[in-house]
Write a protein that binds this ligand. Structure first.
Ligand code: F3S
Length: 404
């Protein structure tokens, strides 16, 4: 690996043991991936923050880093924690878990991480075109590459931490233009195209595309009707069932024409409406005990869509809990316009900083209905929960009691 003079100083320990350790890890990983140099990054997003997921080894590792004086050198954000950091008692989080979770977050904040745990770092700081990042969290990585035209690989939690300390990542993978060229052309039938304004449908499409292409870069044709929330739902699901970190969406991804020109040949795959309904029908959680919105963390517009569904019911079923997970900055925005209060009138619980997949308290739910295809993939695996997916436009059929 060719290091700059500054990087050599880091390597030789001139900036202290934490920096030395961090650069050695980034270099070693980079070398194993064939990189011959490092690149500077301007924003790091670290996943692997929930105590439910990382446990004692993770807590001790992060605490140790903070206590040895590690500090971030670029703007750095963190993924959701295992609880709402303020309302964890109301959530029913055990005291011991809360203490450990707080230690993790406090250690990260001490290192200089932005204090808002969320999987939507792009809503805290918008990535710019061509900007180099080192992000964990597949749904955020998908947004950075696909929607904002920024550049990041999908980093593991500890590696992103190391990148935050040295402000660099290895120059390989999606940082190289040739690896951003699409190799599979996804063609959509008319009904799929028309449905893509609904994040539930777009998520189901991501679920299907992820299964088909694995970790190849796909080109999505005819998906211009996708809105911001649809793209979020699509990339989140495609990153879950596949390992897709970039989809070139015709008319949406910055620089899509140039990437298309670089592609000499592409396999063609047609996605039919029946492929989408297969995802909706693969599991049916009859009599759900939870309806969940907010994976990735909900935006204000998704909360408004949920409210519209609830206000359209003559009577809302009282035997189903309704949860929304979001970030605390979006929560504040929603609160200011009275949205949180209006949702609360229907019994909706809006939790911040966390989500059902990374929190221990959602283990009590057995049958979940969600509008998020990423949750459809993960909830049965992480929580052993029977989960089904519905599009937003059918949520009323689940939430409205007799008489609609
Ligand atoms: Fe975010 Fe949790 Fe989904 S971290 S993307 S809400 S699994």
């Amino acid at each position: 690996m060719l290091l700059s003079r500054e990087e050599e100083k880091m390597w030789n320990g001139e900036y202290g043991p934490a920096v030395e350790k961090a650069i050695r890890v980034v270099v070693r990983v980079g070398e194993s991936l064939g990189a011959t140099q490092l690149v500077k990054v301007s924003h790091v997003h670290a996943s692997g923050i929930s105590y439910k997921n990382v446990g004692e080894p993770g807590r001790l590792f992060i605490k140790h880093l903070a206590s040895m004086g590690a500090r971030v050198s670029v703007f750095s954000t963190m993924n959701p924690a295992g609880m709402d950091l303020e309302c964890w008692t109301q959530m029913g989080v055990p005291q011991e878990f809360a203490q450990a979770q707080r230690e993790i977050v406090e250690s990260l904040v001490k290192m200089g991480f932005h204090h808002v745990p969320t999987c939507t770092p792009y809503l805290i700081r918008r990535p710019s075109l061509g900007e180099r990042l080192a992000w964990g969290e597949s749904s955020a990585v998908g947004m950075a590459n696909t929607y904002y035209g920024a550049t990041t690989n999908r980093e593991g939690g500890p590696l992103a931490l190391m990148s935050a300390i040295v402000g660099r990542t290895y120059y390989a993978g999606l940082h190289l233009k040739e690896n951003r060229v699409p190799r599979v052309r996804i063609v959509l039938d008319e009904r799929v195209r028309r449905g893509l304004g609904d994040p539930g449908v777009a998520g189901a499409l991501g679920y299907v595309v992820g299964e088909i292409v694995g970790d190849t870069v796909p080109l999505l044709e005819g998906a211009r009707s996708m809105n911001f929330d649809s793209i979020r739902a699509y990339v989140a699901a495609a990153g879950a069932t596949g390992n897709i970190a970039l989809t070139v969406i015709e008319g949406i991804t910055p620089g899509w024409r140039e990437l298309l020109k670089m592609s000499d040949s592409m396999e063609r795959v047609q996605v039919e409406w029946s492929d989408i309904t297969r995802v909706f029908e693969q599991a049916r959680a009859e009599s759900p005990d939870l309806v969940f919105v907010g994976c990735p963390h909900a935006t204000v517009s998704e909360m408004k869509m949920l409210l519209e569904v609830l206000e359209g019911c003559k009577r809302v079923r009282s035997d189903i809990e309704i949860w929304v997970s979001t970030s605390r900055n979006v929560y504040l925005e929603a609160k200011e316009i009275g949205l949180i209060e209006r949702l609360a009138r229907f019994g909706v619980i809006v939790v911040r900083d966390t989500c059902p997949m990374v929190s221990p308290v959602t283990a009590r739910f057995r049958r979940v209905v969600t509008v998020s295809a990423k949750s459809l993939f993960y909830l049965p695996r992480t929580n052993g929960v029977e989960t089904s997916l519905v599009p937003f436009n059918m949520l009323g059929e689940v939430l409205c009691g007799e008489g609609g």
